[in-house]
Write a protein that binds this ligand. Sequence first.
Ligand SMILES: NC(=O)c1ccc[n+]([C@@H]2O[C@H](COP(=O)([O-])OP(=O)(O)OC[C@H]3O[C@@H](n4cnc5c(N)ncnc54)[C@H](OP(=O)(O)O)[C@@H]3O)[C@@H](O)[C@H]2O)c1
Length: 275
Amino acid sequence: MPTTPPFRLNDGNTMPQLGYGVWRVSNEEAATSVVDAIKAGYRSIDTAAIYDNEEGVGKAIAASDVPRNELFITTKLWNDNRSFDGALTAFDQSLKRLRLDTVDLYLIHWPGVSGEGYVDAWRALVRLKEEGRVKSIGVSNFMPPHLQRIIDATGIVPVLNQIELHPRFQQKELRTFHAQHDIATESWGPLGQGSLVADEKLAAIGRKYGKTPAQVILRWHLDNAFIVIPKSVNPSRIRENIDVFDFALDADDMRIIEAMDDKDGRVGPDPAIFG
Ligand SMILES: NC(=O)c1ccc[n+]([C@@H]2O[C@H](COP(=O)([O-])OP(=O)(O)OC[C@H]3O[C@@H](n4cnc5c(N)ncnc54)[C@H](OP(=O)(O)O)[C@@H]3O)[C@@H](O)[C@H]2O)c1
């Protein structure tokens, strides 16, 4: 069974570099697909309050024979609770749905366009970490001004920023800011939400290694030191997506994939106008 290498975060904690995402997975599906993922070797699960499947994820965790301390559970604060008190209340509700005492990583899901709320929400996450109720805290879909503002307000740097990132949308400027501040980059939509798995250039690279385009893409994320959380509800693709630790891309492969970057390649919402 593949084991995922640990990735060190700026607060000293570690998390698996590859995990399992469950957006657009129902509670019922999550209760079985998370079990399939844990059996396949995944130890990190990425959910969110808005996914409406924390109960299913919690059920799968409770049913798993893998001890809780070997699992890394991430959930996220949704936009309607982006305030200090709202975040504390929403966190309690997420814990209850997940049937957990702590989560390993809690993220602010979107900064929002109003500029209101996310700094106070960040203060609440700092409080939750101080209280030991969450091990690490981070953000999602933040741009450099949002990141700078929460760092200036609290002195606490998020461990990671979970952002849309895949070969067709590589976010190089944002990654430079992350590197300057020791913020890890976590890729959501790592397969372009499925839009990249039929790409002929990626298929050609995969043929050299006996790997699928999806595996080539996931290897590209790992070789770039991104944390990555592909989603699938298909048991064989769940296994395929973690079977990526027995090969590495060469410099030519990396160049070919780097050239796929497209400033218009976004498949999800733009944080400048959403949330
Ligand atoms: N922070 C945020 O704002 C945010 C936004 C979006 C997503 N996320 C997180 O990131 C995770 C991953 O992103 P995502 O779900 O949007 O997209 P993704 O992982 O890039 O792609 C998922 C899609 O690709 C298909 N797929 C998966 N593995 C495949 C394979 N090996 N071959 C062919 N098709 C494959 C899946 O279909 P099947 O299920 O049928 O296999 C699904 O349609 C989410 O689940 C969520 O946890 C976060």
